[in-house]
Design a protein around this ligand. Structure first.
Ligand code: PEP
Ligand code: MN
Length: 337
């Protein structure tokens, strides 16, 4: 249920109503914008008399919230959420802050990630990505450097100042991720609800990817798991879904998900055209289209030597290609803002 309060309602009156609602065992999410104060009621609203609530002098309107996602719902948080890194590096995504996340699929060596990080930073990237724990389809493929890869990422963060984004695959390694700026949940784990609940107990921003064949609603319900457990710092990521097409693209990048999500939720939406297409030659055009569609950020795989990459070389841009694309991204962003 969504309760919109009259403008300029006294804070004591809001507190009073809030306490009364909480006595009814409801979770109350309060949104205070420039003009509006909205209370989102989560839980069993059955015992609440809507007409009585409507008749209160501080209440402007009351509406039922039919969507199963509540905390993520734009109805209870009309303005865009800005997700900020927790360590004071002051990078942010959402609400007008653009996140250009770039880096290799996998962390391969110190030299490799440092070279890529310096290059993408010079091109305007404000987050560095790299997988230390890799979900690979084959157990015989490179599985990532694990904890050592995380240490290398943290070192590169110190050297470049770029906050890092890296994937957590297993609850058992969650303690290693304490200093990670943005914890990525990969497409294979989007519905690993135990993992999502644990991430909900942290403060670190979470970049939640859409499942391999996940619907938009399923993605939002996964975000809801993290938020319901207490972590509101969730960034959604469209990374393509599986469709009939498999000959010419790795996945089908669903760019319509961007405006759909932006209307349904206040959470930032980022697009990953690298996994979304699987082809480096298609990445720039889809990245530009994603920005035009209103994405709050992009995640782009960049490798200094794509043919020799230990994972996802075919979809990785070189630093030069990234630089060329980044220039065009900033232009498109300016044009559509
Ligand atoms: C990745 O970002 O390298 C990755 C494995 O992504 P996804 O989970 O979208 O496949
Ligand atoms: Mn990858």
């Amino acid at each position: 249920m969504v309760v919109v309060l009259r403008p300029e309602t006294a804070p004591e009156k809001i507190e009073h109503l809030r306490a009364w609602l909480e006595e009814k065992r409801l979770i109350v999410r309060e949104f205070r914008g420039q003009e509006q104060c909205v209370l989102g009621l989560i839980g069993d609203t059955g015992p609440i008399d809507i007409d009585m609530l409507r008749s209160l002098d501080i209440v402007e309107s009351v509406a039922e919230m039919r969507d199963p996602f509540k905390a993520a719902n734009r109805a209870i948080h009309p303005e865009d959420t800005v997700v900020r890194t927790t360590d004071g590096l002051s990078e942010a995504i959402g609400g007008g802050h653009f996140g250009l996340i770039a880096g290799p699929c996998s962390v391969e060596s110190r030299e490799q990630i440092l070279a890529v990080a310096e290059a993408v930073k010079a091109s305007g990237a404000n987050f560095f990505r790299g997988g230390a724990f890799k979900p690979r389809t084959s157990p015989y493929d490179f599985q990532g450097l694990g904890a050592e890869g995380l240490d290398l990422l943290l070192e590169v963060k110190k050297l470049t100042g770029l906050p890092i984004v890296t994937e957590l695959m297993d609850i058992r390694s969650i303690e290693l991720f304490e200093q990670v700026d943005v914890i990525q949940v990969g497409a294979r784990n989007t519905q690993n609800y135990d993992l999502l609940r644990e991430l909900g107990k942290l403060k670190n921003p979470v970049l939640l990817k859409r499942g391999l064949a996940g619907t938009i609603k399923e993605l939002l319900m996964s975000a809801e798991y993290i938020m319901a457990s207490g972590n509101e710092n969730v960034i959604l990521c469209e990374r393509g879904i599986r469709t009939y097409e498999s000959a010419y693209t790795r996945n089908t990048l669903d760019l319509s998900a961007v405006p759909v999500l932006k209307s349904l939720t206040h959470l930032p939406v980022v697009v990953d055209p690298s996994h979304g297409t699987g082809r480096a030659d298609l990445v720039p055009s889809m990245a530009l289209a994603a920005v035009a569609a209103g994405a709050d950020g992009l995640m782009i795989e960049v490798h200094n030597d794509p043919p020799r990459a230990l994972s996802d070389g075919a979809q990785s841009l070189t630093p030069e290609e990234f630089d060329d694309m980044a220039k065009r991204i900033f232009k498109v962003r300016e044009a559509v803002m």
